[in-house]
Design a protein around this ligand. Structure first.
Ligand code: ADP
Ligand code: MG
Length: 711
């Protein structure tokens, strides 16, 4: 239950004065999709449509306006923001509506004209009655020798001057909220930010010279100069640290909860594994062997496994996963492998099936497509234990799916699943070990914030015999040349992926771009071109993939990332259009789809000129290295973490009060702090821990608290 002290902060924003549903919506847009609260254990409260007051507190100013300059009209410097005490003169309504409405004003030194476009004359006549004294504030302009001010920011009575003279924070806005309205609403929200108990270590707060939470929020919203706006100002740094600590603490609690939940030691006899290893046409890499022994150690111990297997695309994670599942099967249990999409689930099925049958075990595929009698048969085989390995999508973990004795759940491409989903899987059996696989080369700093609760194995080297991929960056204006080269390649039997532009968050536009490109390539290469996109029926997708895998199609046009996991080892060319719009991690994943077979491969990154400096640098990184970790670190450096994975669905936690790219050192401190806290007081019972619970609720990471109870 949320602590009472936080109730005021979690009221809907619509309870604030002057905020109706329309404004609430506009505010939500301005605050944007900065996420938060969705990782590290999820949240119990929240989910309010228009947002809550607390969301406003995290919406920090990006600038500050100083309105203390009070010259006379004639002395006012053009371009400066000035606050003037004037007398209102004549109103001049235009005859033509498109011309501006003007109000002449004056002081002892001279005259200033106020200019309004699309004016509401009734309103102006009411606020600025002729002959009355008024205070106005805005930017001074000189126009055709006269002094003027267009749309003053403030127009008030003389006795209200104190309200505007000070410093004014500038907030990021969206259509539908003006600076003035946003400022008012946020100062309304700040009234609800009462003092909270201190959750940080007193000595550390002293050492850093940080304000209390309440003072930090107040200070962050009332900057006095540019320095106060910097991320390393004490107030902002403290708030950023609070958020990091909430994140680490939530992960720590989940981790502890999982740990203390006893596991069941799994000790295989190695017989099934040996059969599979004997049928492999290759030797395991050193990293694969190490990862397998780390997993073995986890599985043998009597605490539950919670391990992340991180390896670049093509580094051979699937075999490692299979080995882990085989151990469980050897020990008399079952294993399940969950992929984020049906296409990927099918692909795992294709890879694993022959190996499993060599070992003489039965595996099944379960996705949303298995229905009726077929599904019933699958469910009964899982319930009876006849089937020992199941591969599929989240359909594997629906309520009515019962396992005979599920011992290990492997989750592929975890970044698309939330922590919650990950944990719900473990409800399917008795003390299920969990292994998560990801191909996203997450930089170390981010690793901690996203997977701080897991042990990590990394596959560092690629399997032997992989050839480097020739990566080229070229403008779309050279499309003709590319088509000619493509023609030559295809005549030698090459196969190419052609990935179409990512259109900002719009599936519809993505689709039309892909269809246009498909038509164009068809006109050039005829029947050799296929199309696959997210809106196609599963059957059609399979058919297109199949045709490409068999070679009856040479060029497969695809929308964005939906199908990137697909493994067609004969494909040697990857074309990405509008490469500048993709995140580097995505480009890296896409490129990883080629270079898997014996032939040398190439990747062509097409861009729309002109390229900005950062975009240029990013594509250059792609050209110069194939090392996913280097790419991820560079991407983080160039763009900051917010954009790291290019899409909003990345599932990595986003921080509202700081950019992880700049917070590396603080993350480590938060991690160490968390370890100390949980070692000393694992039940979160001490005085400080009570405050820490408030912190978890404040950042909506309270879902983690339930691991205290169940643990
Ligand atoms: P990913 O890590 O992207 O999931 P996969 O597990 O799909 O990679 O492996 C990619 C390809 O490499 C597969 O065809 C697999 O059979 C092959 N492979 C895996 N391990 C090795 C190895 N040690 N040597 C050679 N090829 C390997
Ligand atoms: Mg894979």
């Amino acid at each position: 239950m949320r602590p009472e002290i936080l109730y005021p902060l979690f009221k809907p924003v619509t309870t604030l004065k002057g905020v109706g549903p329309r404004i609430a919506n506009a505010i939500k847009k301005a605050i944007g999709n900065k996420g938060g609260g969705n990782e590290g254990g999820g949240n119990e409260g929240g989910g309010n449509e228009g947002g809550e007051i607390v969301d406003l507190l995290w919406h920090l100013p990006v600038g500050v306006i100083d309105r203390s300059y009070q010259p006379t009209v004639m002395a006012a410097e053009p371009g400066r923001i000035a606050t003037l005490s004037i007398t209102v003169g004549k109103h001049e309504a235009p005859r033509n509506k498109r011309l501006p409405y003007r109000i002449k004003c004056f002081d002892d030194s001279g005259e200033i004209t106020l200019v309004f476009f699309h004016a509401h004359s009734d309103y102006l006549k009411k606020t600025m009655p002729e002959g009355e004294p008024r205070v106005i504030s805005g930017t001074i302009e000189h126009y055709q020798g006269a002094v003027q001010m267009t749309h003053p920011d403030h127009m008030v009575k003389p006795d209200e001057i104190e309200g505007i003279l000070g410093l004014e924070p500038i907030y990021p806005l969206s259509a539908g909220v003006s600076q003035k309205v946003m400022g008012k609403i946020i100062s309304g929200a700040l009234c609800h930010a009462t003092a909270l108990p201190e959750w940080l270590d007193d000595a550390y707060v002293k050492k850093m010279n940080w304000p209390t939470w309440g003072d930090a929020i107040a200070k962050a919203h009332n900057p006095e100069n540019e320095i106060d706006l910097q991320p390393d100002s004490p107030a902002r740094k403290r708030l950023a640290y609070d958020e990091l600590l909430a994140n680490q603490l939530a992960l720590g609690l989940v981790r502890n909860g999982m740990r203390r939940a006893k596991g069941r030691p799994i000790i295989g006899d190695g017989i099934l594994r040996k059969k599979v290893l004997d049928t492999l046409s290759f030797e395991l890499t050193a990293s694969q062997t190490t990862a397998i022994s780390e997993i073995d150690a986890d599985m043998k111990s009597d605490i539950r496994m919670l391990r992340l297997l991180q390896g670049d695309v093509g580094s051979g994670k699937t075999v490692v996963a299979l080995m882990a599942m085989l151990s469980a099967v050897e020990a008399g249990g079952q294993g399940a492998l969950m992929a984020p999409t049906e296409v990927l689930a099918r692909q795992h099925m294709r890879t694993i099936e022959p190996l499993a049958s060599a070992a003489g075990i039965e595996i099944i595929l379960l996705t949303g497509r298995e229905k009726g009698k077929n599904r019933e048969a699958i469910l009964s085989a899982l319930a009876s234990g006849k089937t020992t390995i199941a591969i599929g999508t989240h359909a594997l973990f629906q309520d009515d799916v019962v396992y005979h004795d599920l011992r290990i759940a492997v989750i592929d491409e975890q970044h698309r699943f939330g922590v919650h989903q990950r944990l719900s899987l473990t409800d399917k059996g008795n003390a299920v070990d969990v292994m998560v696989m990801t191909a996203t080369p997450i930089p170390r700093t981010l690793m901690l914030t996203a997977y701080g609760d897991m042990d990590v194995s990394r596959l560092l080297e690629k399997p032997k015999g992989r050839k480097p991929i020739d990566t080229r960056v070229m403008p779309i204006s050279k499309l003709d040349k590319l088509i000619e080269a493509m023609d030559r390649k295809i005549k030698t039997g090459a196969r190419a992926f052609w990935v179409c532009p990512l259109v900002e968050e719009s599936e519809k536009l993505d689709l039309s771009a892909a269809e246009d490109r498909f038509e164009y390539l068809r006109s050039r290469f005829g029947e050799k071109v296929g199309l696959v996109h997210g809106r196609m029926k599963a059957k059609e997708k399979d058919a297109a993939m199949q045709a490409f895998a068999e070679g009856s199609i040479s060029i497969l046009v695809a929308t964005t990332v939906i199908e990137v996991g697909v493994d067609v080892s004969a494909a040697t060319v990857m074309v990405v259009e509008h490469a500048e719009r993709f995140g580097l991690a995505q480009l890296h994943q896409l490129r990883g789809r080629v270079g898997r077979g014996d032939n040398s491969s190439s990747c062509i990154l097409l861009y729309q000129a002109p390229l900005g400096e950062t975009a240029n640098a990013r594509l250059e990184i792609m050209r110069s290295t194939e090392d996913g970790f280097v790419i991820a670190e560079e991407d983080l450096r160039l763009r900051g973490s917010g954009e790291l994975l290019g899409t909003k669905q990345s599932g990595l936690p986003r921080f509202r009060l700081g950019d992880v790219a700049q917070l590396g050192e603080l993350i480590q401190i938060a991690r160490d702090d968390t370890e100390l806290i949980l070692n000393k007081d694992p039940g979160l019972k001490s005085e400080r821990s009570k405050a820490l619970r408030v912190l978890l609720y404040l950042f909506q990471r309270d879902g983690a608290i339930k691991y205290l109870r169940s643990g």
